[in-house]
Design a protein around this ligand. Structure first.
Ligand SMILES: C[S@@+](CC[C@H](N)C(=O)[O-])C[C@H]1O[C@@H](n2cnc3c(N)ncnc32)[C@H](O)[C@@H]1O
Length: 330
């Protein structure tokens, strides 16, 4: 009931682009760890980490997770347990999944699988993680490691096979396993083969996604490394300099490993964009505080007024273009 009313209020707030939100968020990111064990060339937790030395790094502990989640219940419906880092680095991950489940919140992880063990597979099934996204951008070690630098494709194949086997043994429906491939120029001709390979092994879904430059620096690197695919459907979408209507300001929160609160996934860790701390601050004082109100007004009126707060909205590197816009990277 709470959730139905909350959703209706959310729809009204979004369609009118109200300055105050009359609902609570329905989905959230909880960054389990913003450290990573791979060196993906466009990622600020990976190869670009040296340019982001000012970002504090760590793993979210259960206390922070629980205190944060409790503030979003009972309206919150689903969470992503990752943002920029590798969630399997977090030793308290499984108690967090269990706690979310107990509170009827769906859970999703995205992982590079390098830390996967049979023991981890068992816990993913036992704690009833809803969905596991496996990041794998190639069908041979040569193509795969062009982006996932430091990764090992055989380890992914072994891990996924093990998890499928274990699910079968326990007759478990979850976690749903989704193989995710970012489409780059170097792998775009492998898409059919990739899909055939993973479907034959028994994964639940194969998902090809649009690449993102992730940042302006990432754009230069992508062009230098010739990453942008020819297929326009998968070319990065970067409406730099535009302000888009954004549902995230009404239905989403991004929570960093230390409880710091951001309006969306992109500025996570950059303190100038931080709007509060979900654990130590009062929820409504932040959710309808000056910073959020400024942001919502900015996107509605397309100009900045009164109180000023630094946002990334002008530089949004959103991966998915909205229907009403069609500006691509070039
Ligand atoms: C930054 S990763 C962190 C989670 C985990 N370490 C992983 O590799 O899945 C979060 C998600 O971003 C995706 N991702 C990474 N680089 C990307 C890019 N340049 N464009 C689009 N998505 C990207 C990953 O595939 C993953 O699903």
């Amino acid at each position: 009931m709470f959730r139905i009313v909350n959703k209706i209020l959310g729809k009204v707030s979004i369609s009118l682009q109200t300055t105050k939100a009359y609902n609570k968020p329905v989905n959230a990111i909880f960054e389990m760890s913003n450290n990573c064990n791979l060196n993906c060339p466009l990622c600020n937790s990976g190869s670009l980490r040296r340019y982001y030395k000012h970002i504090q790094r760590g793993c979210m502990n259960f206390e922070t997770f629980k205190a944060g989640l409790d503030k979003l219940l009972p309206e919150l419906e689903s969470i992503l347990l990752y943002n920029w880092g590798e969630p399997l680095l977090n030793k308290e991950l499984f108690i967090c999944i269990e706690y979310a489940n107990k509170n009827r919140v769906k859970t999703q992880l995205s992982t590079n699988m390098m830390l996967y063990t049979e023991e981890i597979g068992k816990k993913l099934v036992e704690t009833e993680l809803t969905k596991l996204i496996v990041s794998c951008d190639g069908i041979s070690q040569e193509t795969y490691e062009k982006y996932r630098q430091g990764g090992n494709l055989s380890k992914i194949i072994e891990g996924v096979d093990n998890l499928i086997e274990f699910k079968k043994k326990l007759k478990a429906r979850t976690p749903l396993i989704e193989m995710q491939c970012i489409v780059f120029k170097f792998n775009e001709n492998e898409m059919a083969e990739y899909e055939k390979f993973w479907k034959a092994r028994g994964v639940d879904a194969v998902n090809f996604i649009r690449m993102s430059f992730m940042s302006k620096l990432g754009k230069d690197i992508s062009l230098k490394l010739d990453y942008v695919p020819n297929n326009k459907e998968y070319q990065p979408y970067h409406p730099y300099g535009t302000l888009r209507k954004c549902d995230s300001l009404y239905n989403h929160v991004t929570i960093d490993w230390n409880g710091d609160w951001y309006t969306c996934c992109f500025p996570s860790g950059e303190r100038k964009y931080r709007v509060g701390n979900l654990v130590s601050d009062n929820f409504w004082e932040v959710w309808n505080g000056e910073k959020y109100k400024y942001n919502r007004r900015l996107l509605k009126k397309q100009k900045s007024e009164g109180f000023y707060h630094e946002t990334t909205c002008h530089d949004c590197t959103g991966i998915y273009p909205r229907k009403e816009t069609n500006r691509y990277w070039n």
